[in-house]
Design a protein around this ligand. Structure first.
Ligand SMILES: Cc1ncc(COP(=O)(O)O)c(C=O)c1O
Length: 394
């Protein structure tokens, strides 16, 4: 029996069950592999962000194991007290060099990197201009900053400029912020146009490149490199948890901006730093990006193959331009049932509904990786076809 004070939470869960929106956590029983065991089923795994297969790369595993032996399993403190280790600084130097920026700082996650940065650099008197589909961590950072938040429709550069004109004469700072690759739709931000607007209206330009790092640009340098906008984006965030295969987030900017974050970004100040094995394996991952460009090539050839296959079958893949390919079905209950039946048939593609995507835009989301074989992807397409027909989605 739930305690009386918490009964309302059980009621909320019952409502989700009635609406067929209740979701059980799938449990991974193997490593994060292209074909993996979840809940006792072997399935083709189209749900991880492990774009390059680095979660199980031998070089990363070896470096992690060595770091445990050399430095122990934990850092023992927050960065600003006793938790900055040499390996943390080496990783930050490597990231800055890779991204061709002055400096970088690593946070515990991409989420804390976004939320901690936006919260730290702005205040009540400032204004944020943000794409409507920006990630939750940006939205939370915006709210925590207490700045005024102005949302422009997804990728609508003209609407963005209208807002910038409206606020042009206001005092206070302005931040223009966008995801590089949008996590639920797999489309790419119109960064060149946004950068021009930021320059024209004197805004700080910030990008969250969580799904572009390791995917877009030379050796996976991200959206800024993809559009050749080096030096024109003030703050770049990336994660170490997706293509990099480990855990964490980072912020790239000027040395002064990074040192300011040391003093004001709350997750940096108030939460313990990464275990040394995390930093060591991330360092190895950046080496792999430079040494094994064939991984990114394979990611993109798999992406083209799978996306074209879904489209040929008649699925609605929305605006996707990257390895994230949604299959949009509209109704959330149908998306959940689609995902459930795909899983029973041997494909894991997670369903996603409101509030992660707008009402009426529910979908299953697929992400191919460099480590899928074409045979596995062809088998996945066959399963999509038979389940899609059965549910009359195609
Ligand atoms: C666009 C975007 N930004 C940030 C994050 C957060 O990254 P992390 O998982 O490293 O916290 C995610 C996903 O989790 C994301 O999709």
């Amino acid at each position: 029996m739930p305690k009386a004070q918490l009964k309302y939470l059980a009621d909320e869960l019952d409502k989700l069950r009635e609406q067929k929106l209740y979701q059980k956590l799938r449990v991974l029983q193997t490593e994060q592999l292209p074909v993996a065991d979840f809940d006792g089923h072997e399935v083709i795994n189209l749900s991880s962000n492990n774009y390059l297969g680095l979660t199980t790369h031998p070089k990363l595993k070896e470096r992690a194991a060595r770091a445990v032996e050399e430095y122990g399993v934990g850092s023992g403190a927050v960065r600003t007290i006793a938790g900055t280790m040499t390996i943390h600084l080496q990783l930050e130097e490597k990231i800055a060099q890779f991204k061709q920026v002055e400096a970088s700082v690593v946070f515990q996650s991409g989420f804390t990197a976004n939320a901690g940065t936006v919260q730290a650099i702005l205040g009540r008197e400032d204004v944020i201009i943000s794409d409507e589909l920006n990630h939750a961590s940006i939205i939370d950072g915006c709210r925590l900053s207490r700045a005024e938040i102005k949302i422009f429709p997804h990728k609508d550069v003209d609407a963005c400029e209208r807002i910038l004109k409206e606020v042009a004469n206001r005092s206070g700072r302005k931040l223009l912020i966008t995801d590089g690759v949008f996590s639920m739709d797999g489309d790419i931000a119109p960064l060149p146009q946004l950068v021009e607007l930021a320059e024209k209206y004197g805004c700080i330009m910030m990008i969250d490149d969580a799904h572009a790092s390791g995917v877009l640009g030379r050796h996976g340098r991200g959206t800024v490199d993809h559009f050749n906008l080096h030096g024109r984006v003030d703050i770049q965030v990336g994660t170490l948890s997706k293509a990099i295969g480990v855990l964490g987030g980072y912020v790239c900017s000027t040395r002064d901006a990074i040192e300011f974050l040391y003093h004001r970004a709350r997750p940096f100040l108030f939460s313990t730093s990464h275990p040394p094995a995390v930093a060591a394996s991330c360092l190895a991952a950046f080496e792999v990006l430079e040494e094994e460009p064939e991984l990114i090539e394979k990611l993109w050839s798999n992406t083209r193959f799978f996306k074209a296959g879904l489209q040929k079958l008649g699925f609605n893949t929305g605006m996707s331009e990257t390895p994230i390919t949604p299959v949009i079905v509209g109704d959330a209950a149908l998306a959940h049932e689609f995902s459930r039946q795909l899983f029973e048939a041997g494909v894991f593609a997670q369903s996603i509904g409101y509030p992660t995507v707008p009402v009426g835009k529910a979908r299953v989301r697929t992400i191919v990786t460099a480590t899928h074989t074409e045979e596995e992807l062809a088998r996945a397409l066959d399963i999509f076809e038979s389940v899609g027909r059965k549910l009359r989605i195609i």
